[in-house]
Design a binder for this molecule. Structure first.
Ligand code: UD1
Length: 427
C-alpha cells in the first residue's frame, strides 16, 4: 500500500485548482439510471470513489465513456458520458457497496425506472453505524415493498412508485438525493420535508430539471416534485468541491501561507469563512477564485458541525488539525456522526493536546507538532493528518493512502506545486 511522506515547515504559496465535487459527481452519475438517453457530465474528478461508481453502473449495464482528452485547462476535470439504455442487472453487489456507501444511490433510480432493485446493505463504516432506514422508510411510503434478506435490500413496486408526503426525521444528504431521484419518475406529487440543502443536493436537482424533471423548492428544506413518465438527455457541469477547497484552505493556513484556490467562488465557502476568519485566516475573492492567507497568529475557535448551511462535518477533522497549533483552546463538537474523532489519537501521536468528552473534543494548541508515522481510517481523518504534517517538525509518514485517493485528486501534486515537501512512497 502506498504511503505519503511529508517534511513539515514549508509555507504554501501558489495556485491550487479545485476539482469537481465528489459528493455531487456520485449522485449525478447514479441519475444516469433514470433515463435511456445520454447524460453528459463535465468537471468529473478522477477519484477512487468515482471509479467505484463507474464500475457499479457498468455492471448494471450503463454504457460509460470517459473522455481522457476532455481535461479543463487546469489539467483536471474529465467529461463522462453515461447511457443506461440496456439495463439488465438490478443488483448492486456487496463487493462494491462495501467499499463505498454512496453506492446506495442506485436504489432510488433503479426502483423508479425498473420497479425493482437489489442493493447490498452497506454494513459497518469507520465513522459510525450510518443506517439507511430513512431511505427505506420513504420508499415504502411511495409504495415500495422492501425486504431485508441475505445482507441485501430487496425492493419491488407494482407498477410505478407513487408520490407521497415524506418528512425526514433527520437531515440526510444521500437520503434526500435517493428519494428525489425516485420521485422524479413516480406517479403524482412527492413532498420531501426536512430535505438536505447541501449544494451537492442542489446540483443534482438542477441536473434533474435539465433532464425534464419537475422540482420546486430547490435549495430549501421542502422539495416538491411532480413525477414525469420519462426523462431526456442532458449535459451538466459538476460544481466545484467546497470540501476539497476548505481542506486546502486549512493546509495553507497552518503553514501561514498565501494561496489562490482557482475554480471556486467565495459563496461556496460561505459556511466556513467565518470560522476561518475567527481563527485569523483571511478568505477573500480573487481573480480566478478565492485567496486564502494568514499573516498573524492562529486563534482557537469553537466549532459545531451541523447540516448545511451549518459547519460541515466533512471539514471537522481538517479544522481540528489546524487548531492543534492555535493559541488557546478550541471546542469541536460533532453532531452528525457518532464516531468521527478517529484522527484524535493520530494527531496526539504528533504531539497535539486533545481531550475527547463524548461528542466534543477540546484542543489545546501547542507550539509545534512533531512528525511521526501515522494512519487513519477515513478520508477526512487522513487529510487532517496531512494538514498537521505540513506544519510539523520533521517527517510524517501517512499510511493507508487509499483513503485519500477516494476523495482528493492528485493531492500530492497540488500541494507540491505550492511548495510543500510531499511525496508518494510506492508500496
Ligand atoms: C453524506 C456525504 C458525506 C457527509 C454526510 C453529512 C455523500 C456521498 N456523502 O453522507 O460526505 O459526511 O452526507 O454531510 O454525499 N441517518 C440515519 N438514517 C438514514 C440516513 C442517515 O439515521 O437513513 C443519519 C446518519 O447516520 C447520520 C445523519 O443521519 O448521523 C446524516 O447522514 P447523511 O446525511 O445521510 O450522510 P450520507 O448521505 O451518508
Amino acid at each position: 500500500m502506498d504511503k505519503i511522506r511529508i517534511r513539515g515547515g514549508k509555507r504554501l504559496e501558489g495556485i491550487i485548482p479545485v476539482s469537481g465535487a465528489k459528493n455531487a459527481a456520485l449522485p449525478l452519475m447514479a441519475a444516469s439510471l433514470l433515463t435511456d438517453s445520454k447524460l453528459t457530465l463535465s468537471n468529473i474528478p478522477y477519484l477512487a470513489d468515482v471509479i467505484t461508481m463507474a464500475n457499479l453502473l457498468v455492471q448494471h449495464g450503463v454504457a460509460l465513456h470517459m473522455d481522457e482528452k476532455s481535461l479543463d485547462p487546469s489539467g483536471f476535470g474529465r467529461t463522462l458520458t453515461l447511457q443506461a439504455a440496456k439495463i439488465e442487472n438490478f443488483t448492486a453487489p456487496y463487493e462494491l457497496v462495501r467499499t463505498m456507501r454512496a453506492s446506495v444511490l442506485v436504489l432510488g433510480p433503479l426502483l423508479a425506472r425498473f420497479a425493482q432493485a437489489k442493493v447490498s446493505l452497506p454494513g459497518g463504516c469507520a465513522i459510525g453505524t450510518r443506517p439507511i432506514d430513512l431511505h427505506l422508510k420513504a420508499l415504502e411510503q411511495m409504495g415500495a415493498l422492501i425486504e431485508l434478506a441475505d445482507g441485501y435490500i430487496h425492493a419491488f413496486v407494482k407498477g410505478r412508485l407513487q408520490g407521497a408526503d415524506i418528512a425526514f426525521d433527520k437531515v440526510t444528504v444521500t437520503g434526500t438525493e435517493n428519494i428525489m431521484m425516485a420521485a422524479v419518475l413516480a406517479e403524482g406529487k412527492t413532498t420531501i420535508r426536512n430535505a438536505a440543502r447541501e449544494p451537492e443536493v442542489v446540483d443534482l436537482a438542477e441536473c434533474l430539471v435539465k433532464m425534464g424533471a419537475h422540482i420546486e423548492g430547490i435549495g430549501s428544506d421542502t422539495l416538491t416534485i411532480v413525477g414525469v413518465k420519462s426523462l431526456r438527455d442532458a449535459s451538466h457541469r459538476v460544481i466545484a468541491d467546497r470540501i476539497e477547497a476548505g481542506t486546502y484552505a486549512a493546509a495553507a493556513a497552518i503553514t501561514g501561507g498565501d494561496i489562490e484556490l482557482s475554480g471556486i467562488d467565495l459563496k461556496a465557502l460561505s459556511n466556513v469563512i467565518e470560522k476561518f476568519a475567527e481563527a485569523g485566516v483571511l478568505i477573500e475573492a480573487s481573480a480566478n477564485g478565492v485567496r486564502v492567507s494568514r499573516k498573524n497568529g492562529l486563534h482557537g475557535v469553537d466549532i459545531m458541525t451541523q447540516p448545511y448551511p451549518g459547519f460541515p462535518t466533512d471539514m471537522q477533522a481538517q479544522m481540528m488539525g489546524l487548531m492543534t497549533i492555535a493559541d488557546g483552546a478550541s471546542m469541536i463538537t460533532e453532531t452528525i456522526f457518532e464516531n468521527r474523532f478517529m484522527h484524535v489519537p493520530e494527531l496526539s501521536r504528533m504531539g497535539a493536546k486533545i481531550n475527547v468528552h463524548g461528542s466534543s473534543a477540546v484542543v489545546r494548541g501547542v507550539e509545534r507538532l512533531a512528525g511521526a508515522e501515522v494512519m487513519a481510517t477515513d478520508l477526512r481523518a487522513s487529510v487532517s493528518l496531512v494538514i498537521a504534517a505540513l506544519a510539523a517538525k520533521g517527517d510524517t509518514l501517512i499510511n493507508r493512502v487509499y483513503h485519500l485517493d477516494r476523495g482528493y485528486e492528485r493531492l500530492e501534486d497540488k500541494l507540491a506545486a505550492c511548495g510543500a515537501e510531499i511525496e508518494r512512497v510506492k508500496a
